[in-house]
Write a new protein. Sequence first.
Length: 236
Amino acid sequence: MLLIAHRGASGHAPENTLASFSRALEMGARAIELDVHQTLDHELVVAHDDDLLRCGRDRRRLKNLHWDEAEAVDVGSWFDKRFAGERLPRLEEVYDLVPPSVELHVELKHGSRVYPGIEERVVDLIHKRGALSRTLVSSFDHEALYSVRSLDGKARLGYLLGLTTLKTAVREMKDISAESLNCSMRQANARLVKAAHDRGFKVLVYTVNTPADRDRLARLGVDGIFCNYPELDLWR
């Protein structure tokens, strides 16, 4: 079962920052998950929310900011004063940091309806970095996944279930040749895992932070878990 560092080692450092990704690598993470938005001037920026209220106490939306404005926001102090001055990274900087041996799970928080052209920019960057085989693109915005598939027939796709019914999800996952069904712990049960596996899809579950939950999901046969604590692999 693959352990995927959720927003990096976000239990130890501010989420979706180079500090968090570096810590995950130091802890031996084999896969890292992150979230992507787009600025007004089309920079692919790594952050969870479409504003910076939670991490930077800033209500401005990323889609309305130029990169130099977004880059100036301190997104580390909220977590611990040791991380004061930590900045939002661009997706390209994450590829600079993370070695080719580590898988990247890139979640598009919104597609082109919110961020025009974001799917094409992400696909172009993946190709620029020669990272097609080690990058899985996921989203709750299933239109964005259809768009990624139209741009690249070989892109690896993860379908975030959200409120979509399993029946609809299976149909759409077949349409776009998705690799994995990504769901919450609440949604993960034997029926869902069997339905996905029977159709050739992996099951990846978020957010799993205790040995008890890890072990329960392992018994269900899930293929991977998203975790804030990469050391959970060692807690036996």
